[in-house]
Design a binder for this molecule. Structure first.
Ligand code: SF4
Ligand code: SF4
Length: 118
């Protein structure tokens, strides 16, 4: 399976919705629906339904509803960047650093690896 790094640095391959979609795993879809409905209630545009629990990655056309509206993804798209690791504002970006501060340090590390490899 091709490694898919999201715009924000999350590894889509490790995302439960991505895995559930790849394996057509309805029990993982349901488990993730229950967990994410609680975790992300304030950030989702509408309550999650089973049909929402599909995604083939940040750069695909089949995107989870919560990631369709992601501001970081939108910003990368407007700048025509593959991910924030390619952005000159990486260190100073409040939006990105705000996201990291919610416990997404692994995403930061993934993007720092991208930058180190340039
Ligand atoms: S884009 Fe899809 S696979 Fe990637 S983190 Fe978001 S929901 Fe998961
Ligand atoms: S400005 Fe921030 S969110 Fe936008 S691409 Fe650059 S680092 Fe990412």
């Amino acid at each position: 399976m091709e490694f898919q790094l999201g715009c924000c640095g999350l590894n889509c391959n490790e995302c439960p919705i991505f895995i559930a979609t790849s394996n057509n795993d309805d029990s993982l879809r349901q488990k993730t629906l229950v967990e994410w409905s609680k975790l992300y209630a304030d950030f989702l545009p509408k309550p999650l339904e089973p049909s929402d629990m599909n995604c083939t990655g940040c750069h695909s056309q089949n995107l989870f509803v919560g990631c369709i509206s992601c501001s970081i993804r939108k910003c990368c798209g407007e700048k025509n960047l593959n991910n924030c690791g390619d952005c000159a504002e990486f260190d100073s970006c409040e939006m990105l650093n705000g996201f990291f501060s919610f416990g997404y340090q692994k995403a930061k590390e993934n993007l720092e690896c991208v930058r180190a490899s340039r």
